[in-house]
Ligand binder design. Structure first.
Ligand SMILES: NC(=O)c1ccc[n+]([C@@H]2O[C@H](COP(=O)([O-])OP(=O)(O)OC[C@H]3O[C@@H](n4cnc5c(N)ncnc54)[C@H](OP(=O)(O)O)[C@@H]3O)[C@@H](O)[C@H]2O)c1
Length: 328
């Protein structure tokens, strides 16, 4: 039994209260692998969990944190042994299973990825679920044939966690990147990550009744949904693809069949949570090798457990840029 620190969210009748408390590894659920967490990261979903969103977390009190990386302490599964460095993201981690905002987690072996050679635990958590999702988006549009010569790729919600890493990954692979952002003062930041052109969120937010407009981008990674996604689809080049991963603007969007039957465009769904562990391992391997980002710190701020409450508030206020690494 080991005592450890954890970020702790309690639900009262009319509010959510957070604090940092001491817990014991005996309090953790049954599972194959006990992991001492070195790093976690803050994602939009953690903010939803910490504020009591029942679609993410039903049982309180609770420790959020959908991301964790660290060292195996004990394992009943032969795939892992004490001392192995590992990553655990998605599945139920941080939803209704105590997550990476605690110094220890215990999880099924099927949720765990061996840290690939070429990536540190710190780098894996700067990437985190957000960056991993950006990589899934790139993987999927390339599976549909996307390549740099096709033309520019539009990233929406570009200063966010998914968006920032998407801009970096696309630029590193040689794509021309158009970044759309609601933050007028982040143009230089987005260009420093690799965007060629920055457009305002307002340009994409206007309701346009036309079913299609002149093609403006070859492909897109959309983090926001809503009217912006409707306009992204209208402006895709023939045979273009948009990978859809987020809903910060709205889960709903409108379209007609015309872009699909006249331009052959594709909408591609992205799920980083429940995809098979073998698929996750393959994407982590790419992030450690051909897609390795050397300048991750350009998009990273670092916090401890006692700094988490204001970060969560800033996420809902749309004030966070890039990735927030949690160090234990
Ligand atoms: N499918 C999956 O498996 C998966 C995995 C990870 C995340 N997600 C989802 O992807 C989305 C982005 O996640 P994230 O971690 O990148 O979140 P984030 O860091 O909070 O970034 C979201 C970005 O969206 C933009 N934005 C904020 N409010 C907006 C609004 N009302 N309308 C339009 N744009 C708005 C902002 O960028 P700008 O100011 O630059 O516009 C913001 O930085 C979330 O919906 C999250 O749930 C899904």
């Amino acid at each position: 039994m080991t005592d450890f620190k954890a970020f702790w969210v309690e639900k009262t009748e009319d509010s959510m209260i957070s604090s940092v408390i001491t817990r014991s590894t005996d309090d953790l659920p049954e599972g194959d692998v006990l992991i001492k967490v070195a790093y976690s990261s803050v994602n939009y979903k953690d903010a939803l969990s910490a504020t009591g969103n029942p679609g993410v977390t039903r049982n309180f009190p609770h420790t959020p944190g959908i991301d964790a990386a660290g060292e195996v302490v004990e394992s009943s599964d032969p795939a892992f042994k004490a001392g192995d460095e590992v990553i655990c993201i998605g599945f139920d981690l941080g939803m209704n299973t105590p997550g990476g905002f605690g110094e220890y987690i215990r999880v099924p072996a099927g949720w765990v990825t061996a840290l690939p050679r070429g990536l540190s635990t710190r780098e894996s958590m700067v990437i985190g679920t957000a960056g991993f999702t950006a990589a899934l988006c790139l993987d999927k549009i390339e599976t549909m044939g996307a390549k740099p010569a096709d033309g520019p790729v539009l990233v929406t919600g570009a200063t966010g966690g998914v968006g920032s890493i998407a801009v970096m990954l696309l630029a590193k692979q040689g794509y021309e990147v158009i970044a759309s952002s609601g933050k007028a003062d982040k143009t230089d930041y987005l260009k420093s990550l690799g965007a060629t052109t920055v457009i305002t969120r307002d340009e994409l937010s206007e309701v346009d009744k036309r079913p299609m407009v002149a093609p403006q981008w070859a492909h897109s990674i959309d983090c926001v949904g809503g009217e912006i996604l409707s306009n992204v689809i209208k402006g895709l080049q023939p045979l273009g693809s948009v990978a859809i991963c987020g809903l910060v603007a709205s889960p709903a969007f409108t379209t007609t069949v015309l872009p699909f039957i006249l331009r052959g465009v594709n909408i591609l769904g992205i799920d980083s949570v429940e995809i098979p562990i073998e698929y996750k391992n393959r994407i982590w391997d790419k992030l450690a090798n051909q897609w390795k980002l050397s300048d991750l710190d350009a998009a990273t701020q670092e916090v401890g457990l006692s700094d988490l409450a204001p970060v969560i508030e800033a996420i809902f206020a749309g004030q966070v840029s890039g990735r927030t690494l949690v160090t234990h």
